[in-house]
Design a protein around this ligand. Sequence first.
Ligand SMILES: CC(C)(COP(=O)(O)OP(=O)(O)OC[C@H]1O[C@@H](n2cnc3c(N)ncnc32)[C@H](O)[C@@H]1OP(=O)(O)O)[C@@H](O)C(=O)NCCC(=O)NCCS
Length: 172
Amino acid sequence: MDGKKVIESRTIMTEMIMPNDTNPIGNLMGGNLLRWMDIVGGICAGRHCEAVVVTASVDHVSFSKPILNGDVITLEAVVTRAFNTSVEVYVQVFASNVKGKENRRSNHAYFTFVAIDDENKKPIKVPRVIPLSDEEEKRYESAVRRRQVRLILSGRMKPEEATEIKAMFDNI
Ligand SMILES: CC(C)(COP(=O)(O)OP(=O)(O)OC[C@H]1O[C@@H](n2cnc3c(N)ncnc32)[C@H](O)[C@@H]1OP(=O)(O)O)[C@@H](O)C(=O)NCCC(=O)NCCS
């Protein structure tokens, strides 16, 4: 399969925060937000890969700005780069009140999804990502370094093998 543009799989999802989504002080529970982020990211990855995908990892997520009962959130997911059988997806969350005011970006995270073959349930090759805008180019370039960090943290890569990260410090 040839490469695919980022826009081809961009996925948007909107939710209104209901009492059942919140903690005892009326803020959206972090776990519920992570679930929606995983869903929107998974749909985006599935569209890009044209395959069933599974979540392999989620990078750092902060919850610094509370999302309140009655708020409306919009989640946007875009692919940043494909590797061999995995694809990195960038998910951003934007919140506002029900009147469309008090707009803020509340959260963001990088997810990694792996495309799975329907029959054998084994990882399969994914199409490459074609970045077009400056922003897409930047995320595409930096994806290699983020991948090396997460593979080190998950014990799948030795720090001395992380050539891209090492290169950042070689000239210091
Ligand atoms: C993700 C999974 C398919 C990887 O299987 P595996 O046998 O380790 O396969 P591989 O070693 O060939 O790795 C496949 C890809 O996953 C990537 N990967 C595996 N673990 C990863 C992690 N923790 N972070 C980032 N990428 C990871 C590998 O880098 C590889 O990517 P690449 O082919 O693009 O280089 C397997 O661990 C799995 O099925 N996990 C459960 C997924 C799931 O159920 N998720 C829902 C959450 S409960």
